[in-house]
Write a protein that binds this ligand. Structure first.
Ligand SMILES: *[C@@H]1O[C@H](CO)[C@@H](O)[C@H](O)[C@H]1NC(C)=O
Length: 288
């Protein structure tokens, strides 16, 4: 019998190559159902979808075999012809972030020997929550940070796909920041804090903001991280130039002065100086 089955399989493979048989040929069954269904759940019926006679299934020793060395994911109830889930299927474990999760199984019938393909299309359910790798995010911000300054926040990750992956972010109500959500070109979203009201160290030394990432499943799932902001004193002794003054001053100073002082500027957080000034300074000195 094994031999016959092997020969039939070879013949089918050969015909497949020869005629470029489509993925689901006539007589094959294709079933779409959600992951994580209970063992024994009915996902289809051999009589209805594959045109087989239920009364003959037992006599023909109908059985499901895994394709290759894979696992058996479905089974047949010989008295009803129902195709049932053989074991719980975890889509993320099998297919990760792939948008299509397709498993093939083989239905074997004897007398006469017949092989039919069963294609299982596993759909994602929202069984995972968004998660931030770091539960605590720390920022040091100078009180001289200007309105509109942006601080990129870590992206939340969700093992699910499509609408069941992270769709939006929000932050707890606070006086200083609003949240900007950005869609990445390759899919996925992240957010950034945008300074709306300038920080004042005399009033606030630290700020704690709860960041929430939410997916679009039903029901929705979410994950949180806590953003800790430490407000730093602006250095009162540091010279505050307007852009024009800075160009004037820096264009007058010597190379020696720059060598002695550049660390003072370059090692500071960028937010303390306008980017334009930073770039201009560099430019002026590089052409000297
Ligand atoms: C097959 O289906 C019948 C009717 O639903 C049920 O009574 C029986 O337990 C099932 N057999 C198996 C092996 O699942």
């Amino acid at each position: 019998m094994e031999n016959k089955a092997f020969l039939a399989r070879c013949l089918i493979s050969f015909l497949g190559i020869f005629f470029h048989m489509p993925q689901t040929a006539f007589g094959d069954g294709s079933y779409s159902f959600p992951e994580e269904m209970e063992r024994g759940s009915v996902i289809g019926n051999l009589a209805k979808e594959m045109g087989l006679e239920v009364s003959k299934l037992a006599a023909r020793k109908a059985r499901v075999e895994a394709d290759g060395n894979g696992k058996r994911y479905c089974d047949v109830n010989l008295s009803t012809g129902d195709i049932i889930v053989a074991d719980r299927i975890d889509r993320e474990g099998l297919c990760g972030k792939k948008s299509l999760c397709v498993l093939t199984q083989e239905l074997v019938l004897e007398e006469p020997l017949q092989l039919r393909r069963i294609v299982l299309n596993i759909q994602d359910i929202n069984d995972n929550s968004p998660q931030f790798k770091k539960k605590d995010i720390h920022f040091e911000m100078s009180e001289s940070a200007v309105k509109g300054s942006r601080y990129r926040l870590e992206e939340a990750h969700d093992a699910d796909i499509g609408i069941n992956a992270v769709q939006e972010y929000s932050i707890g109500k606070n006086e200083h920041f609003r949240l900007n959500v950005i869609s990445k070109s390759g899919g996925g979203k992240y957010s950034e804090l945008v300074l709306e009201k300038e920080l004042d160290r005399e009033q606030t030394q630290t700020l704690t903001i709860v960041l929430v990432g939410t997916d679009g499943g039903a029901p929705r799932r979410s994950g949180t991280a806590v953003v800790h902001v430490t407000v730093l004193d602006a250095n009162d002794n540091a010279p505050v130039f307007t852009e024009a003054q800075l160009i004037y001053k820096t264009s007058m100073v010597s190379r020696k002065w720059m060598d002695e002082n550049y660390k003072h500027f370059f090692l500071r957080p960028l937010s303390e100086f306008c980017c334009l000034v930073y770039v201009r300074m560099y430019f002026i000195f590089s052409i000297r």
